[in-house]
Design a binder for this molecule. Structure first.
Ligand SMILES: NC(=O)c1ccc[n+]([C@@H]2O[C@H](COP(=O)([O-])OP(=O)(O)OC[C@H]3O[C@@H](n4cnc5c(N)ncnc54)[C@H](OP(=O)(O)O)[C@@H]3O)[C@@H](O)[C@H]2O)c1
Length: 281
């Protein structure tokens, strides 16, 4: 085990956040699971994975309520939430944000994202985001599921260049963004948030990943997370409702994978050789 510290990412406005955070999709769906979900998020917070990613979509506000419970009385949290595309009008964005704040029992979302592109003009959504920022209700705003051409379009609208992050599907089995979107964002210092970083558990059975994990006295999930944490400007947000796994995921930052293992990962999960449209889950 090497360095224990969680690396940080610097947003365009200079704010820093941990490069390893916690997702919340599927939380808040089932009251019987609520206690476990809150405990797992709190365990992660205690271990320094203080960036929490949620959305008004998750359990239709239920996940934000779980987050609210987990962060109650705590200040050491970097909160990310998202607006539904069909709410992302000039007025609807502000209302959606206020509802999210109420559900989480907080007065500020650190990073507020457009969940995916919808029918409201980007200029309108950006205007609403900028108004929320001026009112202190959000710290910064960004987007999710935007491919390179969407990002180009965004930069062309007034204040569009204030985009602070793009959250996209990125893991060993989904490396398409390495061809152009990831370098495009890195060149502009726009952090990329890698969602479904362990492919919702599906890649953990890959024999090569299991072999590399064993060789490093690590778990397949840790290798999958370390693969992403190695990249510049990438924030990784695994979801777990299990406190032991929250600790396991957190320890991925201590993994030191050899060059030989990186080559084996490239062979098992080849990087893209041409542009592929951005995938979504
Ligand atoms: N912007 C978007 O459109 C978008 C889309 C998808 C996801 N997201 C965000 O990204 C977050 C992460 O993505 P995700 O939830 O889709 O998938 P994920 O983090 O790749 O995988 C989550 C699944 O893996 C399991 N798991 C977690 N840690 C594990 C470990 N160490 N060992 C074995 N299994 C483990 C979890 O089960 P347990 O809970 O039982 O541990 C859960 O079933 C979401 O929660 C959400 O916040 C955003």
């Amino acid at each position: 085990m090497q360095d224990e510290t969680i690396p940080t990412i610097r947003f365009p406005d200079g704010t820093e956040a941990p490069a390893l955070g916690q997702g919340t999709w599927n939380m808040g769906e089932n009251a019987a699971e609520a206690k476990r979900e809150v405990e797992s998020l709190r365990a992660g917070l205690d271990l320094g994975t203080t960036l929490i990613d949620t959305a008004e979509m998750y359990a239709e506000g239920g996940a934000e309520q779980i987050v609210g419970e987990a962060i109650r009385g705590r200040r050491d949290v970097f909160l990310v939430s998202k607006v539904y595309p069909w709410n992302a009008s000039r007025k609807g964005t502000v209302e959606a944000c206020e509802n999210s704040l109420l559900r989480m029992g907080t007065d500020r979302i650190d990073l507020y994202l457009l969940h995916w592109r919808g029918n409201h003009p980007l200029a309108e959504t950006v205007e609403a985001f900028e108004a929320l920022k001026a009112a202190g209700k959000i710290g910064a705003w960004g987007v999710s599921n935007f491919d390179t051409d969407d990002m180009e379009e965004l930069l062309a609208v007034p204040s569009g260049a204030n985009v602070a992050a793009n959250q996209v599907l990125y893991n060993l089995a989904r490396r398409g963004i390495e061809f152009d979107l990831l370098p495009w964002c890195q060149q502009r210092n726009i952090p990329v948030m890698a969602y479904s970083p362990i492919e919702q558990g599906r890649i953990l059975h890959n024999p090569e990943l299991i072999r590399i994990a064993k060789a490093n006295q690590a778990t397949p999930a840790q290798v999958a997370l370390a693969f992403l944490l190695e990249r510049d400007g990438v924030i990784v947000i695994p979801k777990t409702a299990n406190a032991a796994r929250a600790a396991e995921n957190r320890d991925a930052v201590s993994l030191d994978i050899t060059d030989e293992d990186w080559a084996a990962l490239d062979a098992a999960f080849p990087p893209p050789t041409r542009k592929k449209p951005l995938e979504m889950l």
